[in-house]
Design a binder for this molecule. Structure first.
Ligand code: 0A1
Ligand code: ZN
Length: 881
């Protein structure tokens, strides 16, 4: 491991800045090879700072061209400039002064996609978290709030469009085919929300009238010729704006709101004030090129970035330790929006599956950290499932505990109290304490303590006394640098399900506080006694996944089957079946490893088929019922000494058992679901397609023929069904003529559409075969693959590492080698994407010995390199620790 492993930042070291920058005027002479940036900063020394306190500005790879203080060129002796810092030691005695800083940057050479860069000929910026310092020297920290005026100058031909934050002020022509525009953002904001876009783009325009009658011009900018594919995003934007008014009383505050789609982007999208920049994957959609999942993601991410205008922009973070203040809360808000727009139960199941797939392994491995971390080396590595998804779960629990009305009162107080400020999680929680009068100190541990709590539970019914006794015990496993854990406040929604499937009443309960169908665990152990329970109930616990915990429930399989068939909470029905299927897969994997044939209970298979066929349930829910736990889900539950091949075989056997038993039912259902109506992306239609897509896999397994899938592939009039069929063909018939023909046809049709070609890369990256590693190596030579584009890398190598258990974990270590080589090749180019890809190794210790050893060797080899980025060095060091 390299020795200068980088500074560690600690929450307890936070100090307010000695200087503020109330106003910023930026001037950009845009040129791809060489851009000149002039920053005029109004600086103010705070009253209690010593008059001789040096001003230390952040930079990253900068070249200083000129520096002036109050309009006079600075003396070289008065400052020190390095690429990553500008220290000014002699400053005027007055508390307010002006600094003029000129830097020279090279956008076209910027491969990190942080700061100012060029994507397909368009200048764009990404400043969160610390990208602004790649543009000019600045106090690049979120508690420095400034009012920005931005002037841009560029060639009119290359960049007819000049956008920045806020409202447009003026624009005009200049000599030599150049032109300029000036934008002004009246809302003080941190530098990470600064944005600029300059280029030649097409646009979709619309208008929105806010609740109080303000007219807002909306624009979505995309590559010329793709305007039609932005219609859905525009619709989602207007629905989001209305929803935030109705649900949270939040109105938009500028005259314009612009979204720009770019093709090279490290993440999903960015909430820059009034000028959101998006990965084009989350803007562009039509039925021919996007799946229903794409449509749903677009809706969610458009909403997410828009909602940040209040939760993130108007109220921002004091420092980066508080990232969840804006992210967890905004994810909660976008989840609520999608739940309102679509099916709440289906949305919740999808969220929980996502949380378990991404956050649980993080929380249970070497990269575990609290929702609000206390230390970091590289903040880019903390845009994690824990900060986002668990952060959202914490806000959700807050609402469960307080109830809808008190929760809304807390939100209102938070907005009222902190508008225009940069605040902390403590401020956030305090608003809810003050609004509700409740003590949330124990609850706050959810922000501060890493690890997934476990709740162990057993119950017994006394028919004579009519009592149900429930023993509950909580524990939180140790995580890196936190060996001792404190007891949490865990809200568990529950029901006592009676013999007819309805919830039974009870007269009283002792042993824990229970409010509105929620048990509040606060101690290590609770023995609860429910009195006056008229019949033997089955306990349905953690309904709706009210708390992000693992459960160890002592219950019989027939009770879980009963819940799967009868629980009034649809989430719990799905959960009960999911638990049973997972247990069955664990047992089957064990059998396979022991050289035995896996067997499955008939009753488990039939309940699965019955639920899938139950016309009283919505189609999307039935599709989820039929998506049996994935190989990674089973691996996570096994937890140690994992053999991915055994799991794959076991899961294949389960799919086959369901396919054969459901043969008739599935065939009839598949035909019945065929819909001749014109395409619509609405939730109901998407649900039908989802169910058809799950059924098609069972149909081909049952018939041992690719024919039905190939027919769907050929007949499909939308991407969901086309890609769904191709996935099934690739999974099960990749080495047949039909499989190869379908893959070739897809490539031919979409060769010139990179976002669709990503699906083709993805589908092949998931093929469970020993030959996939070499297939991927050849696909990396495909003319449309490029390591420079994060979407391509994620589609091919990211998918392989996350969604191909057998090939990534192939016993010879070749899957690991492919990913490690890609990480190494990427690191000098785009450290952020390299580091994220490297997190694929985070669960290496839970594998069986041979694989574990392959992974350990590769990680150790990688970490020995002396030229690692801070991003990658940090991930490797923590993964190996
Ligand atoms: N704040 C954005 C996520 C984001 C973070 C860092 C980025 O840098 C490359 C980009 C985007 C969000 O939550 O959507
Ligand atoms: Zn966000």
């Amino acid at each position: 491991m390299r020795t200068e492993s980088g500074q560690i930042f600690r929450l307890e070291d936070y100090q307010p800045s000695n200087y503020l920058i109330p106003e910023v005027v930026l001037d950009f002479r845009l040129n791809a090879e060489e851009t000149l940036v002039t920053a005029r900063l109004q600086v103010e020394r705070i009253a209690r700072a010593p008059a001789d306190a040096p001003l230390i500005l952040d930079g990253d790879g900068l070249v200083l061209e000129a520096l002036a203080v109050n309009g006079t060129e600075a003396e070289p002796a008065d400052y020190d400039a390095s690429p990553d810092q500008l220290t000014i030691s002699r400053l005027p005695a007055s508390r307010r002064f002006e600094l003029t800083i000129v830097t020279r940057i090279a956008p076209s050479k910027n491969t990190t996609l942080m700061g100012l860069y060029v994507s397909s000929g368009v200048f764009c910026t990404q400043c969160e978290a610390e990208g602004f310092r790649r543009i000019t020297y600045f106090l690049d920290r979120p508690d420095i709030l400034s009012v920005y005026t931005v002037r841009m100058e560029a060639d009119r031909k290359d960049a007819p469009l000049l956008l920045s934050n806020g409202n447009p002020l003026e624009s005009g022509d200049l000599a030599d085919g150049r032109h300029f525009a000036v934008w002004h953002d009246p809302f003080p904001k941190p530098s990470y929300l600064f944005a600029l876009v300059a280029g030649d783009l097409g646009v979709v325009k619309d208008r929105f009238t806010t609740a109080s009658g303000r007219e807002v011009d909306l624009g979505i900018y995309v590559e010329h010729g793709k305007e039609k594919r932005a219609a859905y995003a525009m619709d989602a934007l207007k629905r989001s704006m209305r929803w935030d008014e109705e649900r949270f009383g939040r109105e938009y505050d500028l005259d314009v709101f612009n979204i720009v789609a770019v093709s090279d982007f490290n993440m999903g999208a960015m909430e820059n004030k009034g000028l959101n920049v998006f990965n084009d994957k989350y803007v562009l959609a039509d039925e021919d090129t996007a799946t229903d999942v794409d449509f749903a993601n677009i809706e969610a991410i458009i909403a997410h970035e828009y909602f940040h205008n209040w939760t993130g922009n108007r109220i921002t973070c004091r420092d980066w330790f508080q990232l969840c203040l804006k992210e967890g809360l905004t994810v909660f808000r976008d989840h609520e929006f999608s739940a309102n727009e679509r099916s709440r139960a289906v949305k919740r199941i999808a969220e929980v599956r996502g949380l378990r797939a991404h956050q649980f392994p993080e929380d249970q491995g070497p990269l575990a950290h609290p929702v609000r971390p206390r230390r970091y080396r590289e903040i880019n590595n903390f845009y994690t499932a824990t900060v986002y998804e668990k952060g959202s779960e914490v806000v959700r629990m807050l609402r469960t505990i307080l109830g809808e009305d008190a929760f809304r009162a807390g939100m209102d107080l938070y907005f009222e109290r902190h508008d225009g400020q940069a605040v902390t999680i403590e401020d956030f929680v305090k608003a809810f304490e003050d609004a509700s009068g409740r003590d949330l100190s124990q609850f706050s541990l959810w922000y501060h303590q890493a690890g997934t709590p476990n709740v162990a539970l057993s119950s017994r019914y006394d028919g004579k006394e009519k009592t149900l006794t429930v023993d509950v015990e909580q524990s939180v496993p140790p995580t890196p640098s936190e060996s001792r854990k404190r007891l949490m406040h865990i809200p568990l929604a529950f029901g006592l399900v009676g013999p007819d499937g309805t919830d039974l009443d009870y007269q009283s309960v002792e042993g824990a506080s229970v409010e509105n169908g929620v048990i509040h665990l606060r101690k290590r152990r609770h023995q609860m006694v429910f009195k006056g329970v008229k019949a033997r109930p089955v306990l349905s616990i953690n309904r709706g996944f009210s708390a992000p915990v693992t459960l160890s429930v002592e219950s019989r399989a027939d009770e879980q089957l009963f819940l799967a068939r009868h629980d009034s909470d649809p989430f719990s029905r799905w959960q009960a079946l999911n638990t049973l299927l997972t247990d069955a897969l664990i047992a089957a994997s064990k059998a396979v490893r022991g050289g035995k044939k896996p067997v499955f209970e008939d009753e488990l298979i039939s309940v699965t088929i019955d639920l899938a066929a139950d016309e009283t349930l919505e189609e999307a829910f039935r599709a989820l019922i039929l998506s049996v736990p994935g190989e990674a889900d089973v691996a996570r539950e096994i937890g140690r000494d994992i053999d991915p091949d055994a799991i794959h075989t076991a899961r294949g056997a389960l799919l086959m058992a369901i396919a054969q038993a459901g043969s008739q039912t599935f065939r009839a259902l598949y035909e019945r679901l065929l819909d001749n109506a014109p395409f619509s992306p609405d939730a109901r239609s998407a649900g039908r397609r989802a169910l058809r897509n799950t059924l098609i896999e069972f149909l081909v397994l049952d018939s041992s023929s690719p024919e039905a899938a190939y027919r769907q592939f050929e007949d499909a009039d939308n991407m969901t069904e086309r890609a769904g069929a191709l996935t099934v063909l690739a999974q099960h018939f990749h080495d047949t003529d039909v499989g190869r023909a379908a893959l070739a046809a897809f490539e031919k049709r979409y060769r010139d559409n990179p976002l669709v070609l990503d699906k083709w890369f993805q589908i092949q990256a998931m093929i469970p075969s020993a030959a996939t590693v070499s297939l991927l190596r050849s696909l990396m030579e495909h003319p449309h693959f490029s390591l420079a584009n994060p979407n391509r890398v994620r589609a091919l190598v990211g998918t392989f590492s996350m969604a191909n258990q057998t090939a990534f974990h192939s016993a010879d270590g070749e899957g690991y080698r492919l990913v490690a080589e890609t990480v190494a090749a990427l690191d000098s180019h785009n450290p952020q994407v390299a580091a994220r890809l490297a997190t694929a190794f985070r669960s290496w210790r839970s594998l069986e010995k041979g694989r574990r050893e392959h992974a350990r060797k590769l990680l150790a080899e990688m970490s020995k390199r002396t030229d690692l980025s801070r991003d990658l060095a940090d991930i490797l060091e923590r993964t190996l620790a």
